[in-house]
Structures are given as C-alpha cells and as structure tokens.
Design a protein. Sequence first.
Length: 403
Amino acid sequence: MFIHSIALRNLFKNKYRTFVSILMISGALVGVTLFRGYVLRTLDVIQTTIVNGQFGHLQLGTSEYWSQDYKNKKDVLLGDHKFMIEKIASIPGVTAASPRMKFYGLLSTEQMSDSAMLIGIDPAKEKTFSVGLNMIEGKDVNVEDKKILVGTSLAKRLKLKLGDSVTLVASTLDQVVNAMDFQISGIFATGAEEFDSVAAFINIIDAQKVMNSTAVDVVKISVSDVSKLEEVKSRIENKFIDKKIEVRTWYQISSLFRKVESFYNTQTGLMFSILVFIVLLGISNTVSMSLNERIGEIGTLRALGQSRLSLFNQFMLESFYLCFAALSIGAVISFFVTKIVNMANLTAEIPGASIPMPIEIGFYPQVVAGFGVALFFIVNFFTAILVIKFIRIKIVESLRHNI
C-alpha cells in the first residue's frame, strides 16, 4: 500500500502537470469515441434503410443473374418463385419472403420525361417496407394497382405531386415497347440521393404486366435475428441445393454501403492516429519535465539501495493511475456528450443525401473500452521508454542534480 500512496502523492505534487496530462488523454478518448459513435450510428441508419427499403436481409436469385453473365434477362429469372417463397417462408428464422422485379424505363408527364429504376414489390408481404422509407407525401406505402411511389429527387425533376398521373414506358423482356399509366400515391426519401433520384416502386403485378412476364428477378427475404443471418442463409441454400440458386446478403449486394463503411473506417483510423500522436507529444513533454525534476530524487533513492526495477515500478504505477483516471473521465464525458447531442435533434446537409440527415451519436461501451485499452497501452509503453532512459543515469550524475 505504501508504494500506491507514494504514487498518488507524486501525482498531486504538480497538480497542473497532472491536470494537463489527464486533459490530453481524456480528450483523445472523447474525440475518437464520439466520432466512432457517430460513424457506427450513421452506418446503422444506412443499414436499416438498405435492408428494409431496398434489399432485405437476403436475396435469392439464379447464379447467372448475380454474375450478370447472360444475353437475355428472361433466361435467368425465377419462374417458379411462388413455390420458392412457400418453401423459404417455412424455414426457421425467416419472417417474410416476397418477390422483387427491377427494370429501367421512362417516366413521362405532359411536360417532361426522365429515366427511372422501377422496382416491383408485393406490399402485402413486405410488412417492414415502410421502415426504410421516409414518406414525404402520402400516408401509406402500400402500392395498389396502377399506383406508384417515386423518390423525392425524381419527383422534383419531373415536378410531380401527390395524385398526378405519369406514364411508364419500358421494353419488355422480348424487347417490345410497352406503356402503362400510373397515379402518384406517394413521394419517399431514403436519404441517399443516388437512390432517390432514380427509384420508383410499383406493384409486382404491374411490373410483370409491363415486362410481359410472370417471372421475377429475385426473392427478398427478411430474418428475425440478424446475428443468425449466415445460419439462415445456409438453410435456404440447402433447400435449393439441386438448383442453380445463389443467396446473397444485403452486405454483398450493397457496394455503396461497403464503400461508405471503408471510407469511415479509414477516417477513424486516421483520426485515432493523429490524436495518439498529439497525446504522445504532450505526454513526452510532461513526463520528461517531471523525470528531469526528479533526477536528484532518483539518485538519492538509488544511493540508499533502491533498485532500478523498484524505481521503474513506482514511476509506472504513477502512469497507470494517471491513465486510469483520464480514461475514466473521458468515458463519462463521452456518455454525457452523446446524450446532449442526441437530445438537441441536430441535422446537417450531407453531400449525396437527398434530405437533411439527423446528427446522432451512438454510445458503444465496446468502442470506449477498445480505444481506452489501446490508449492505455500506448501511453504507458511510451512512458516506460522515457522512465528506463532516466533510471539508467549513473548514481553520481543523478546526485549532482541535488547540488
């Protein structure tokens, strides 16, 4: 207990220097955990939008469809999708299975036309569909016959509003031009400008009529437990092991999410590296000053018979206490700052977003612990190097500092 008491008393000997060290270490932890919390929360929101509004948790399609290795699209579609949906729905862990058909066409009004990506859905089977869409206009996302939901950016370009009529012109699977009139039943926003500027949802029956086909592109699948996604995926693949069927996860399908995740991870790593560098510069200065002032003390203790190892342990114990206090304070500050920012309901115009995005920060204990442990070891390792340098000074040279 005596060595612990000495370590704490030495920390309080120069309160200003101790305060500055705690401020730097805790500030680094607060900065990196808040940024990482924002990143993870943003990725969670994007994932929810992608899963519920676009791809589902899993999608089942033919191998040729996923590889895009085909000359005629109708050769790689799912003709017996109704039978497949029944089999998939009976698999443990699956909450819903519904058909999807995607194609490109031209949406026209009396004044103008624009290209669009049409997605045919079965609203009755997609109970979670509305979770991924922010309805700007329209009360319900259930797409009825001859009704269409359009993205907010696409609606702005075509100057569409609720109740307007629009004509869809597209080529069938046999390359014959087909047309169908629709009424705008809703305008949605996912927040992704790239998607909202081209996407429109229609009933799967209408999509099949336009394409002059009873087949579908893929079967969208929702699961009850995301943590068991790979397990459910394997069960589905085993059900259709005799067919040229491939099941892909939303993560495999969404190249945009992978790019965003990679970008954010790179930013986090760069930010953490910069903060660690700044902390080490500050720590090297304060520790060096502290040790330089105590060279005479080191010489006296060595002359009285205290070993270098004992001195090393004493100085490192001071560093441990300092880091522990700083990281504890940083964790508490991170928690309260997260709560304050989220309560403020802040929004920001983000490049590539079709609507103002909420600024939300998630508090993840595992993130705080991970970065905290990393900072603890980095700071103490650097401190250990400096301590070893000073305790290796010869006793006679150390004692001269007392004169």
